[in-house]
Design a protein around this ligand. Structure first.
Ligand code: HPA
Length: 283
């Protein structure tokens, strides 16, 4: 197949694909950025990556230019066997087309027992237990989206922007709900965790567990983008007895998607209100 300058993710099974070199990743991401620039006169400032069950937000965008993701909506995950260069490719492209902010969203298990199913949580920090890092390999400084970014070693001490989090928490309160803040721990997946793993993760300081996001945040910070992370708690993590329940439940992917659909309205109204506020603080 093929037909797109950056290749086509359908042309080989994901497990047969190899990690791209940083130079090839950069030139493919530039080609995709050029393709997007040619398809629209809009200049994006805020990139949004929609997690499982939250993809419908894209249908609320007015005046959109749509570029299908087969050509490019839909995240590919490391647990599907894709190399991290492909998992983080959309984030790289968003940085190259001019985004200065990345909003990254996901479905997550609630490790913190106080989280109710269907609640939204602002990610305050992450623990990357996937065993790998999307910035691995020779550094590519041309990915810098702001002066001083694109360094070999880069700071992750405020990976999830405190000021964007504060905006999100304030906006949620204005809309009548509480947006908690919590630490997101990433595993590779695709298996859900065991109860023993979740107990260990709780001891490590995790509030949320999931299989995405950290790689996108890492490359976004490498480029100098400001990151807002929002998790939707679709289920209590394995072995966690949720508030009001007697026993822990087993986890099903269908439930994860269903909770996403049910919470969509709250998620959409939070994001819709936040976008102009983020745009305003950056202009
Ligand atoms: N674990 C990992 N990833 C998830 C979960 C979970 O419990 N729920 C939604 N994504």
């Amino acid at each position: 197949m093929g037909g797109y300058p950056w290749g086509d993710k359908r042309d080989a099974g994901p497990l047969k694909r190899r990690e791209l070199s940083m130079t090839d990743l950069y030139s493919n991401a530039q080609s995709a950025a050029d393709y997007i620039r040619a398809a629209t006169d809009l200049t994006p400032h805020i990139g949004i990556i929609l997690g499982s069950g939250l993809g419908n937000f894209a249908n609320h965008v007015r005046g959109a230019t749509r570029i299908p993701y087969a050509d490019m909506q839909g995240r590919v995950h490391a647990y599907e066997g894709y190399p991290l260069s492909e998992v983080t490719f959309p984030t790289r492209v968003l940085g190259l087309i001019g985004c200065k902010t990345l909003i990254v969203t996901n479905a997550a298990g609630g490790v913190n027992p106080s989280y109710k199913q269907g609640s939204l949580v602002a990610i305050s920090d992450h623990i990357n237990l996937t065993g790998t890092n999307a910035a691995l390999g020779p550094n590519e400084p041309r990915f810098a989206a702001i002066p001083g970014a694109g360094q070999r070693f880069f700071d992750m001490s405020t990976a999830y922007s405190p000021r964007l989090r504060a905006l999100a928490v304030e906006e949620a309160a204005r809309q009548g709900f509480q947006l908690s803040e919590g630490v997101y721990l990433a595993v590779l997946g695709p298996s859900f965790e065991t109860p023993a793993e979740i107990r260990a993760f709780r001891t490590l300081g995790a509030d949320l567990v999931g299989m995405s996001t950290v790689h996108e945040t890492i490359v976004a910070r490498h480029m100098g983008l400001e990151v807002l992370g929002i998790s939707l708690v679709t289920n209590p993590a394995a072995g966690v007895v949720a508030a009001g329940q007697q026993t822990a439940e087993t986890i099903h992917h269908e439930d994860v998607m269903e909770v996403g659909r049910r919470t969509e309205k709250q998620f959409t109204s939070l994001l819709t209100a936040l976008i102009p506020q983020i745009a305003a603080i950056n202009s």
